[in-house]
Design a protein around this ligand. Structure first.
Ligand code: TNX
Length: 520
């Protein structure tokens, strides 16, 4: 009996040992030293923090269930340390030992990154209460690590926006680009222009692909056949605060001059023809257009404290301006040689307005055409060319080239996948992306702030589908953007990723399960 008891005890010990897996952090930290031993979370485990990190500690407590003790000793400690190792305010050190967990950071961003690494280790372990001992030192490579969401083509509820932000934070993504307006529906309450949400947010078909082929009709909110929705200003403010608490900046995008059918449907006097459904672009010869846009941006800036305001600028069809006497008059008046120059005039005018309000303009790479606004930041989406040009001219750039960053494309053999807009972007290709183009002179490389994946929702009618398209590709992008180049390795990433499927399952994410045999 006695011997059996000993064997049982040994077996139990071995089992506990076997339950501790490897440390599988994504994005890969600068340094990971795995050690022997483990930390076991018990009901006695508690968090304490140096004064500047009280809020970070509260967040860790909310996500982990471990209590936060404002005064007194806890064995999970978030400490302010100003040494060379964590001089960068986004850097941190995380030490998991048998008796204590310690996070060191010099700034709030670093402390947040530390707690997310800890939460990730918990969520990827077989038993989230038994953590392997480890010493991690870490800091980011790029300062802009973005993910976008189109809520116009299909509307996604607030609860999903929160989930999206939570998942971004888990992978240290730090910019949420919220595409809140487009031809398929306006999604933000604007007090001065109520028709934008009483009508331009509601259309006749739930499915975008059916709707855009039919005469484009918007209906009043409350119509029994209306599909759509919008966020109130209070809701958008709550999203901004929720994201900020997790280290994420929300950049709003208000589309202009193109992709604006929904506005012109309810305020037709802002189009060249003065009629709805005739064109997608604002009339740029009309002063009311600028009044409208400035009024809208004033309310937008009041909600979103981000340094950048994204004004779109993509895919404007210039033919209506060619036929419009007001646009032609404006061109003459300002010596603008063609319609591209007219668009450039409008973008520069918006930039002046934003700068006067202490903000910066960001736009899609079409804003290069006809001359870039003096301080604009360019989002390079039609390949890397626009980004290279802008950075060479000394402008800041965010890379989002379609071939690497468009998560609306197929991630596997199309015959086995739900319908998408097209293109092929397997996980391995996202992982292979290098945001600094080889052609860019080295002394201009600092203009590449980072990169972003775009999630256009034409073919994503549900949040379930959005999750499927974003995961695990966003996880690969997070490593591209955060990890030092020499720390990146596809085989090692794939091994670590296996443990992250556990995290995605625990968070009820509908991710795509890659079939490695099919991957090139
Ligand atoms: C181009 S990317 C667009 C979007 C579409 C997307 C589909 C960009 C600036 N404009 O309006 O949704 O392609 O991939």
């Amino acid at each position: 009996m006695k011997r059996l008891g000993l064997i049982a005890l040994l077996a139990a010990g071995m089992q506990a040992q076997a339950q501790t897996g490897r440390v599988n952090v994504i994005p890969a930290p600068v340094q990971v030293q795995e050690q022997t031993g483990q930390f076991t979370i018990t009901p006695q485990t508690a968090i304490t923090a140096d004064a500047p990190f009280g809020e970070v500690a509260a967040l860790l407590s909310e996500h982990s269930g471990m209590p936060f003790r404002k005064a007194g000793m806890g064995n999970v400690r978030i400490l302010r340390e100003i040494t060379r190792q964590v001089a960068d305010s986004a850097a941190y050190r995380l030490l998991i030992g048998p008796k204590e967990i310690r996070i060191y950071a010099s700034g709030r961003a670093g402390a947040l990154h530390g707690i997310y690494t800890l939460l990730q280790i918990m969520a990827t372990q077989p038993d989230p209460k038994i953590l392997p001992a480890v010493a991690i030192s870490d800091r980011p490579r790029f300062g802009y690590r973005g993910l976008h969401l189109d809520v116009s083509r299909h509307f996604f509820p607030l609860t999903f926006v929160y989930k999206y932000i939570d998942l971004m934070a888990m992978y240290k993504m730090n910019v949420f680009h919220w595409h809140i307006t487009d031809g398929a529906g306006w999604r933000l309450e604007i007090k001065k222009y109520p028709a934008l949400t009483q009508k331009a947010a509601w259309r006749t078909h739930a499915n975008y692909m059916e709707w855009w082929k039919s005469p484009r009709h918007y209906v009043e909110e409350g119509n029994p056949n209306a599909y759509g929705g919008f966020y109130t200003q209070d809701e958008a403010r709550a999203v901004v605060a929720y994201a900020a608490r997790r280290g994420i900046t929300v950049i709003p995008e208000i589309e202009m001059p193109g992709h604006s059918e929904e506005v012109l449907a309810v305020y037709p006097h802002l189009s060249c023809a003065g009629e709805p459904y005739k064109q997608s672009e604002f009339c740029l010869g009309n002063d009311s257009t600028f009044t409208f846009l400035e009024d809208v941006l004033r309310e937008v800036m009041d909600i979103f404290p981000s340094q950048y305001i994204h004004i779109g600028g993509d895919e404007a069809d210039k033919s209506a301006w060619k036929k419009c006497p007001k646009c032609q008059r404006r061109m003459k008046e300002h010596g603008l040689a063609n319609e591209e120059a007219l668009q450039s005039y409008a973008v520069k005018r918006m930039e002046k307005f934003l700068i006067a309000h202490n903000r910066k303009l960001m736009g899609w790479d079409e804003i290069l055409e006809g001359g870039l606004a003096p301080e604009a930041t360019v989002m390079s989406w039609r390949g890397e060319k626009g980004g290279i040009t802008a950075a060479s001219e000394g402008h800041d750039v965010v890379m989002t080239p379609g071939g690497y960053c468009y998560f609306d494309s197929y991630q596997s053999d199309p015959s086995t996948e739900p319908l998408t807009i097209g293109g092929y972007l397997p996980l391995s290709k996202v992982y292979a992306y290098e945001p600094i183009p080889a052609e860019l002179p080295a002394e201009k490389a600092h203009h590449v702030l980072g990169a972003q994946a775009n999630v256009w929702a034409e073919y994503m009618p549900t949040t379930y589908q959005v999750e499927y398209m974003v995961f695990p590709r966003m996880i690969a992008l997070s490593e591209v953007l955060w990890s030092q180049q020499e720390k990146r390795g596809w085989e090692d990433f794939k091994t670590r990723l296996q443990a992250h499927y556990r995290l995605l399952q625990r968070k009820q994410v509908n991710y795509y399960r890659p079939s490695w045999q099919l991957e090139p």
